[in-house]
Design a protein. Structure first.
Length: 88
């Protein structure tokens, strides 16, 4: 009888441990899937932000070039006016 009781305890413990491991594995699988989905969404958002940053950097560069061209134009006009005044 003691042998059956011990065997029952061992089998019960093994089944309990196996069930616990299975439940834990399923819970971790769902958690991991949720984390993977969040990472994918975060990567997409980062890609959108990178694209927007690139677009804004190009826009800033274009504006800077326009300002430089305007400065050169003003400098050229000022130089020409001074040259005319000197001739007169």
């Amino acid at each position: 009888m003691a042998d059956l009781s011990a065997l029952y305890d061992i089998i019960s413990g093994a089944i309990g441990a196996g069930t616990g491991a299975l439940v834990t594995a399923l819970a971790n699988r769902q958690k991991n899937q949720s984390l993977r989905d969040k990472i994918v969404v975060s990567d997409r958002e980062l890609d959108k932000i990178r694209l927007e940053n690139d677009r804004l950097l190009k826009l800033i560069e274009e504006r800077e070039n326009q300002i430089l061209e305007m400065e050169r134009s003003i400098a050229d006009k000022t130089t020409k006016r001074r040259a005319r005044k000197k001739k007169n």
